[in-house]
Design a protein around this ligand. Structure first.
Ligand code: UD1
Ligand code: MG
Length: 453
């Protein structure tokens, strides 16, 4: 039997107090529902259906062009009604897994165990909660057989004491759903079509409902407000941090580390507090990252040292470079090995060859810097004339004096030198010295002004 997944995400999420539908709020840099879609896809289903309602346009835009069957539930009349919207699109010969768009940390292993148990036609993911308030209670008979799910608001006093609850995640044959969903009624305390009522229908047909539990409770926790979102974020971040430490990376404080994306890392690197990693990041081995750094979509080679408060984005840093503190590598920066980029230096769309140095207070944009060139403090590549951008080429071994303005397009030859404070607008040949600044005059007759009385 092939698998299809239905993700329920039509609920409004009133408690988020947001114009954005709840499921589009992000956990670790990715929307809740995108996480669920990703987990669903990891099970290799033949189809993934997403039932949306509130904020429809935003949901459609978020999944534009993706192979997803988006189905609108115009009015939210309950979970049973939501699944019923998909009935025309499901194959009765398939197993149908039902997930919630606001339960983002469900584990694919748990789901695999659940779907394996659905060969009888119906399997249910349940969990034991010491305080089961608000959840549907799992009612079992004296043989421990599941006979019904009773919603909290419809439960008797005795049923309220049951601590085994419905997570909402279930796997049911398409044929059963086709048979049962049209029979649901909304005669209950909430006036909704409860999906959970199909449990009693299965029981009346003598279909045995298998149950499975998640390894950890957070897997089945839903998010309703921003407080829960922040708590789940921490749970997820700690899990990621634990994985990273197990792989041989030292985190100075796993509670102050955030990974919003994917990180592949070698061993023996140390990451200080408040480091944020975003997008796709690759770290080599023996790297030191100081406090308060942000690294986004970049690769960092072995032995690199990134000092406090540096920001690296869409860049490639080779082995043994030293960056920061307070350095900024903007998109398109490439540092070959042993490069030094010091404090208050901004690099954009530039390549710095082996051993070159830009140690202080500089802007290097749209430039190439040759091997072992040394860029003095305060050097600026004037790459923009207000309309177009131009390139600066700095040859190997060049020495750029402090506070040089390199007015692009301009080329500085190999081993050439520029005098401090020069505004260089013409190319400089190899080995030459270029000085372009006002000549110094010393005036020995000059009198300092004195204050009028
Ligand atoms: C549901 C279950 C309850 C279970 C609990 C677990 C039912 C009747 N009850 O209750 O047994 O313990 O989840 O969290 O199924 N949704 C739609 N369309 C709708 C209604 C809901 O798409 O018309 C979606 C929501 O966006 C949400 C999910 O279904 O993702 C669950 O809905 P919710 O209203 O939270 O159900 P509960 O009352 O909490
Ligand atoms: Mg709920």
């Amino acid at each position: 039997m092939a698998l299809e997944v239905i993700i329920l995400a039509a609920g409004k999420g009133t408690r988020m107090k947001s114009v954005k539908p709840k499921v589009l709020h992000e956990l670790a840099g990715k929307s809740l529902v995108a996480r669920v879609v990703e987990i669903a896809k990891s099970l290799n289903p033949s189809k993934v259906h997403l039932v949306y309602g509130h904020g429809g346009e935003q949901i459609i835009a978020a999944f534009d062009g993706q192979p997803l069957n988006l189905i609108e539930q115009a009015e939210q009349k309950g979970t049973g009604h939501a699944v019923a919207q998909v009935l025309p699109d499901i194959d009765p010969d398939n197993e149908i897994l039902i997930l919630y768009g606001d339960v983002p940390l469900i584990d694919s292993e748990t789901l695999n165990r659940l779907t394996e148990k659905a060969s009888s036609g119906f399997s249910l993911l349940t969990v034991d909660l010491p305080s089961p308030d608000g959840y549907g209670r799992i009612v079992r008979d004296t043989d421990e057989k599941v006979v019904a799910i009773v919603e909290h608001k419809d439960a008797s006093f005795a049923q309220l004491a049951i601590t085994e609850v419905n997570t909402g995640v279930m796997c049911v044959s398409g044929a059963c759903l086709r048979r049962w969903l049209p029979l649901l009624s909304s005669e209950n305390s909430q006036g909704e079509y409860y999906l959970t009522d199909i449990v009693a229908m299965a029981e009346s047909e003598d279909i045995c409902i298998e149950t499975e539990q998640p390894k950890e409770t957070f897997e089945v926790e839903g998010i309703n407000d921003r407080l829960q979102l922040s708590r789940m974020e921490r749970v997820f971040q700690i899990k990621q941090a634990e994985k990273l430490m197990a792989q041989g990376v030292t985190l100075m404080d796993p509670a102050r580390f955030d990974l919003r994306g994917t990180l592949s890392a070698g061993t023996d690197s140390t990451i200080d507090i408040n480091v944020v990693i975003e997008g796709e990041v690759t770290l080599g081995s023996n790297i030191r990252i100081g406090p308060n750094c942000v690294i986004r979509n970049s690769s960092i080679g072995d032995g690199v040292e990134i000092l406090a408060n540096s920001l690296i984005e869409d860049s490639k840093v080779s082995n043994d470079c030293i960056i920061g503190p307070y350095a900024r590598l903007r998109p398109g920066s490439e540092l070959k090995s042993n490069v030094k980029v010091g404090n208050f230096v901004e690099i954009k769309k530039s390549t710095l060859e082996v051993g070159s140095k830009v140690n202080h207070l500089s802007y290097i944009g749209d430039a190439t810097v040759g091997e072992h060139a040394n860029i003095g403090a305060g050097t600026i590549t004037c790459n923009y004339d207000g309309v177009n951008k131009f390139q600066t080429e700095i040859g190997a071994g060049a020495f750029i004096g402090s506070n040089t303005s390199l007015i692009a397009p301009v080329k500085i030859g190999k081993n050439a030198t520029t005098g401090a404070g020069s505004a260089i607008s013409k190319d400089v040949s190899d080995e030459n010295l270029a000085i372009a600044r006002g000549k110094q005059r010393n005036i020995d007759t000059w009198q300092r002004p004195v204050k009028k009385t």
